[in-house]
Write a protein that binds this ligand. Structure first.
Ligand SMILES: C[S@@+](CC[C@H](N)C(=O)[O-])C[C@H]1O[C@@H](n2cnc3c(N)ncnc32)[C@H](O)[C@@H]1O
Length: 245
C-alpha cells in the first residue's frame, strides 16, 4: 500500500515533473486569450502583473514580453523551477489567503484553479481581499475558479504519464464526490533508475463554491465581476473582476 503525504506531492517532491505531467495544457493559447481580454477590459495604464499560484511560471514566461511580471506561490520547489524557467520576472513566496507585497498591480491572475486551495469561506475571502488590495484602480483580476457542482464529473477517471530515461511516472486519478465536496484520489507509480519503484497515494477535496459566492465577495471588495467562457478554460471558465475607481 502506498504512503499518504500531507504536502501536495506534485508541488513538492514531483515538482520537477509538473510540466511534463501537464504537457497537454496549451499555455500559449491561454496567454494569447488572456492578453486580448486584458487589452479589452483593463482601464489602468500600467503594465504590472501578478500571477498568484504561479506554479512553474509557464504563464509568466509567455507574459513577460508585455508585462512586468511577479509570480507568487506557496511552494519553494515550484518557485525554484519558475526562477529557473523564467528570467526577467520576480518570484516570491507567499500564501494567497493573505499576503502583502507593498505594491499595486494592474493585472492579477490566478489560473488553473489555484484558488481551489482556498477551501473555507474565510480563506476565499482572504484571497480575494488580498487581490483587491493589490490592484490599482481600473486594474483587473482574472481567476479560473474551481469546477461548479453541476459540471463535476463524479466517477471520472484519468491517466497521465511521464517517461524519460531515468524516471517513469504513471498517475491514475479518480473523481469522487459528496453533496458538498468534490473529492479526488490520485495514485502515482514512480520508477527511478537505480533507486527502485514507489507507490504514492494522494487524496484531496475541494468544496463546490458557487460562482455566485465568488461574485458576491468580489462585489463587496469593489471588484465588478463578469464570467467569461472559452473552450481553452473548459467548464471552469474565467471570472474577471474590474476594480472600479
Ligand atoms: C494547479 S497548480 C497551478 C499552477 C499554475 N498557475 C499553472 O497554471 O500551471 C496550483 C498552484 O497553486 C499553488 N498554491 C496552492 N496553495 C497555495 C496558497 N495557499 N498560496 C499560494 N499558492 C498556492 C501550488 O503550489 C501550485 O503551484
Amino acid at each position: 500500500m502506498g504512503k499518504r503525504e500531507s504536502r501536495n506531492l506534485l508541488y513538492s517532491d514531483l515538482a520537477e515533473y509538473y510540466d511534463a505531467i501537464y504537457n497537454w495544457k496549451d499555455y500559449s493559447s491561454e496567454v494569447h486569450f488572456i492578453k486580448k481580454l486584458i487589452a479589452s477590459s483593463k482601464k489602468s495604464v500600467g503594465n504590472e502583473l501578478l500571477d498568484v499560484g504561479c506554479g512553474t511560471g509557464r504563464h509568466v514566461a509567455l507574459l513577460a514580453d508585455s508585462f512586468k511580471c511577479t509570480g507568487l506561490d506557496l511552494s519553494d520547489e515550484m518557485l525554484r523551477i519558475a526562477r529557473r524557467n523564467v528570467k526577467g520576472a520576480k518570484f516570491v513566496k507567499g500564501n494567497m489567503f493573505g499576503f502583502e507585497l507593498h505594491k499595486k498591480f494592474d493585472v492579477i491572475l490566478c489560473l488553473f484553479s489555484a484558488i481551489a486551495y482556498a477551501k473555507t469561506d474565510e480563506q476565499l475571502k482572504g484571497t480575494l481581499s488580498s487581490f483587491s488590495s493589490h490592484l490599482r484602480d481600473g486594474g483587473m483580476v482574472i481567476i479560473q475558479p474551481w469546477i461548479q457542482k453541476s459540471k463535476w464529473k463524479k466517477g471520472h477517471i484519468a491517466m497521465e504519464t511521464f517517461d524519460s530515461g531515468n524516471v517513469k511516472i504513471a498517475r491514475a486519478s479518480y473523481s469522487g464526490g459528496t453533496p458538498r465536496l468534490s473529492t479526488f484520489r490520485m495514485e502515482y507509480i514512480i520508477a527511478e533508475k537505480g533507486k527502485g519503484i514507489r507507490h504514492v497515494v494522494e487524496e484531496d477535496a475541494f468544496p463546490y463554491f458557487q460562482r455566485a459566492k465568488y461574485e458576491r465577495i468580489m462585489r463587496k471588495l469593489g471588484l465588478r465581476p463578469r464570467f467569461v467562457t472559452n473552450k481553452l478554460f473548459g467548464d471552469r471558465g474565467l471570472l474577471v473582476g474590474i476594480k472600479d475607481s
